[in-house]
Design a protein around this ligand. Sequence first.
Ligand SMILES: [Zn+2]
Length: 100
Amino acid sequence: MLIPCLACESRFGPDEYFSACSDYNRGLDLVSWTCPTCGNRDDLRVLPGELGFGYPHRGRFDVHDRLRVPGLRRHRGDLRLDISLDHASWHVPTRVRQHV
Ligand SMILES: [Zn+2]
């Protein structure tokens, strides 16, 4: 399946899409995504079977839009998020902040 950029509507295969994820925020449970085509930055939450898009608000992340991605799985680690789909997997590291 192809996953669209919500800004420019380019569509990406899973490998290209999840390779563009960076900086897993464990507290808010979201990853940053930068569109390889238009450079738009989105925050999204990887959920079992779907992606959740939304906005950080008052210390939490509210999901407003969901995109179904059948077979999508995730595993939360201490300093990274592991994403898997079919037989592929991606690791999104947490950017270590000096001041927490
Ligand atoms: Zn885009």
